[in-house]
Write a protein that binds this ligand. Sequence first.
Ligand SMILES: Nc1ncnc2c1ncn2[C@@H]1O[C@H](COP(=O)(O)OP(=O)(O)OP(=O)(O)O)[C@@H](O)[C@H]1O
Ligand SMILES: [Mg+2]
Length: 235
Amino acid sequence: MLLEINDIDVRYRRNHAVKTISLDIEQGEIVTVLGANGAGKSSLLKAIQGTVHLSGGNVVFGGENISHWTAPKRVQNGLSLVPEGRQIFVSMSVEDNLLMGAYSRKYGDISAEIEAVFERFQNLKERRHMSAAVLSGGEQQMLAIGRAILARPKIMMLDEPSLGLSPLLVKQLFELIKELNDDGLSILLVEQNTHMALQYADRGYVLELGDVVASGTPENLLADEKLTEAYLGDG
Ligand SMILES: Nc1ncnc2c1ncn2[C@@H]1O[C@H](COP(=O)(O)OP(=O)(O)OP(=O)(O)O)[C@@H](O)[C@H]1O
Ligand SMILES: [Mg+2]
């Protein structure tokens, strides 16, 4: 197993955001995490990335318990998060934003990899010296993904990447995720676009108020009428 989340628990002062969640990802899988606003999806990803404190449970990556690793160490070792809302640096150029993705790298020809990202995203290439502030929503999302690619991840976690994109861009985004996966990248995808996510994922988990209420293949999840009515109905 590439990544194992065992009984993790995340508490903020008054909110118990994640209550004993377990999930796993095998090498090469696309796994999606679904759930309504406030279900604990982002908290789960932050716990895996190491940017929120774990009140219980552990995170095992490549067979090693990494629960006590710092977030930068997790990035360095192949866990890369494309955060909710993209969080690109609007005061920096497009190219410098990409460079930030490689800040923790110790090796490799970064300039060649930046060019490879630009080849993939022509819109970004044309705007490489412009401020990232000029980018459209879709271009910003591509930049955030490009930045994550430059960290050379083994697992890319994406937090609601399709939010705010047009249907055409959403389709292109999912095709890109599929391409990255075909190249060997394992994907943990948080989405509220359940229809698209279940079309591309190998497996899914549904969260409600910090707990996993269902998990399985897209076929299994979509066959459960109570589930589709309650959580998966927007597709
Ligand atoms: N920094 C924080 N301090 C206090 N409570 C928080 C904090 N971050 C999140 N929460 C609470 O934890 C719960 C889970 O939040 P989280 O952001 O993980 O949900 P989510 O599933 O990602 O929601 P959304 O789909 O709206 O992004 C919510 O009740 C939220 O209000
Ligand atoms: Mg969220």
